[in-house]
Design a protein around this ligand. Structure first.
Ligand code: ZN
Length: 292
């Protein structure tokens, strides 16, 4: 297992972590400059943050600073109640692949979606089995496009508390079942983004990481699970402040040969987004060295 204590060579910042500074929106351009000043080697930006300042601007800035992308957030949201909805999702996902290519990302992260309408507050049906079928078919369609552009797709299993509104793929096992059906040869074109926040509790975690193997492990996301968790979406903890044994999970992942970035992804309206982004980034660096 790699030693992270001497430096932060393998730290990536998911830019949602500093989406706000002192409660105010922080433009992606400022985030990139702040990361570059700290010799952070990689980031993982969100599409809305890229769109707000322009894809070309971000692309140039990333190249100027020699930054890598440990992922691009995000594609997915496949289930829809109508054919038009499915077609709109497909078109948007192909565009996400194109953007990921322009930014030379390692992969496009997929948050696959749940029950149609649930994210907006009103699910149009209760058939999660059907939603899962639509997810499978959506990934199948997107995969053929992504392969033609050489952009790997990383399915991110989300904690079951998000099954209704964000992702009906909730365990690593489920994600790997999809991978095995759509990419039986383990080509690297389809894999998983493993986020400790979503999977730390899973009794099959180690076994499924071993099942995944190097070619399926495309991204590794870290933060911590706080007790109590005060908000289901936006109360993620800084590494070391919660109950997740992050080094143990990283050890399992690296035992498979994963040598990528450790991406810090913290959504925190109640704490970190209230603080100055400089303090947040400095804390990410020190905790990456001491708690990851
Ligand atoms: Zn994640």
């Amino acid at each position: 297992m790699r030693d992270f204590t001497p430096n932060h060579e393998w730290l990536s910042i998911n830019t949602a972590t500093v989406r706000q500074s002192r409660g105010q929106d922080l433009p992606l351009t400022d985030i990139i400059e702040a990361c570059a000043r700290r010799e952070i080697q990689a980031i993982s930006p969100w599409r809305d943050q890229v769109a707000a300042v322009g894809l070309n601007t971000v692309s140039k800035l990333v190249k100027t600073h020699g930054l890598k992308l440990s992922g691009y957030c995000r594609g997915g949201m496949f289930p829809a109640a109508t054919l038009a909805g499915t077609q709109a999702a497909d078109a948007d996902n192909r565009q996400a692949v194109d953007e990921a290519c322009e930014l030379n990302s390692t992969c496009l992260v997929l948050v696959v979606g749940g029950l149609p309408g649930a994210l907006a507050g009103q699910a149009v049906h209760k058939n999660i089995g059907h939603a899962r079928e639509q997810v499978f078919e959506g990934i199948e369609r997107l995969l053929s496009y992504a392969k033609s552009c050489n952009m790997p797709l990383a399915i991110e299993p989300l904690h079951p508390m998000y099954a209704a509104d964000r992702a009906c793929i909730n365990t690593l096992e489920q994600a790997l079942d999809v991978c095995d059906k759509l990419d039986p040869a383990h080509t690297g074109a389809l894999g998983v983004a493993l986020d400790v926040y979503h999977v730390w509790w899973d009794p099959k975690l180690q076994q499924q990481i071993e099942r995944a193997g190097k070619n399926r492990l495309l991204a590794f996301h870290v933060c911590d699970w706080l007790t109590p968790t005060r908000d289901l979406l936006n109360d993620r903890g800084m590494m070391g402040d919660g109950v997740i044994d992050i080094p143990k999970i990283r050890g399992w992942v690296e035992a498979q040969g994963f040598q990528g970035y450790s991406e810090v992804e913290i959504f925190s309206t109640l704490n970190w987004w209230k603080r100055d982004h400089a303090e947040v980034l400095d804390t990410c660096i020190s905790r990456h060295r001491s708690a990851v």
